[in-house]
Design a protein around this ligand. Structure first.
Ligand code: FES
Ligand code: FES
Length: 164
C-alpha cells in the first residue's frame, strides 16, 4: 500500500492539514474527509461539472484532481460562496429568485461556474454566460433560468449589492 502524503491547504478560508492516500480525488477529500457535501459527484470523469470548485480562484473539476495536488492552494466550494454572516450571496439569491434549479444536482457546479465568470467579468453578455456554463450539464431546467439568474446577479451587483 502506498504511504499517505501530508498536505496543507485552505478550504473556504479555513486552513486544513490532512494525511491522504496519493490517489484520493479532491472531490472525495472534500466530501468524505472534510464533510463538505455541497459539491456533487456525477460522472467522475470531467464531463458534467457537478463537482466544480474554485482552485486559487479558478473553477476546476474536483473529480479530475488528486487532493495532494492542492497542497499549498486555496479551495472554495459552494459552501464558501455564502456571505460572511452565512446568508445567501447575491448569486445564490438570484438562482432562488429565478427558479434556476429543479432537482438541484447541478446547482453547486453552476454556481461555481457562474461565480468564476462574475469574478472575471462583472457585466457579462448572455453569450458570455452561456459560454461560462456550457460545460456544466443540467438535466432539468433547460438552462434559460440559469442564464437569467446569472444576469440578475450581475445586474444587482453592478447596482451596489456586495459579494455577487
Ligand atoms: S463529477 Fe466531476 S465533472 Fe462530473
Ligand atoms: S436542476 Fe436538476 S440537473 Fe440541473
Amino acid at each position: 500500500m502506498t504511504a499517505p502524503i501530508d498536505i496543507e491547504f485552505t478550504v473556504n478560508g479555513r486552513p486544513v492539514r490532512l494525511s491522504l492516500p496519493p490517489r484520493m480525488t479532491l472531490i472525495d477529500c472534500l466530501r468524505d474527509e472534510l464533510g463538505l457535501t455541497g459539491s456533487h459527484i456525477g460522472c467522475e470523469h470531467g464531463v458534467c461539472g457537478a463537482c466544480s470548485v474554485m482552485l486559487d480562484g479558478v473553477p476546476v473539476r474536483s473529480c479530475l484532481i488528486f487532493a495532494v495536488q492542492v497542497d499549498g492552494s486555496s479551495v472554495t466550494t459552494v459552501e464558501g460562496l455564502v456571505r460572511p454572516d452565512g446568508g445567501l450571496s447575491p448569486l445564490q439569491e438570484a438562482f432562488r429568485d429565478c427558479h434556476a434549479m429543479q432537482c438541484g444536482y447541478c446547482t453547486p457546479g453552476m454556481l461555481i461556474a457562474a461565480q468564476g465568470l462574475l469574478d472575471e467579468n462583472p457585466d457579462p453578455s448572455d453569450a458570455d454566460i452561456r459560454e461560462a456554463i456550457s460545460s456544466n450539464l443540467c438535466r432539468c431546467t433547460g438552462y434559460q433560468q440559469i442564464v437569467e439568474a446569472v444576469r440578475l446577479a450581475a445586474t444587482r451587483r453592478n447596482a451596489g449589492a456586495d459579494n455577487g
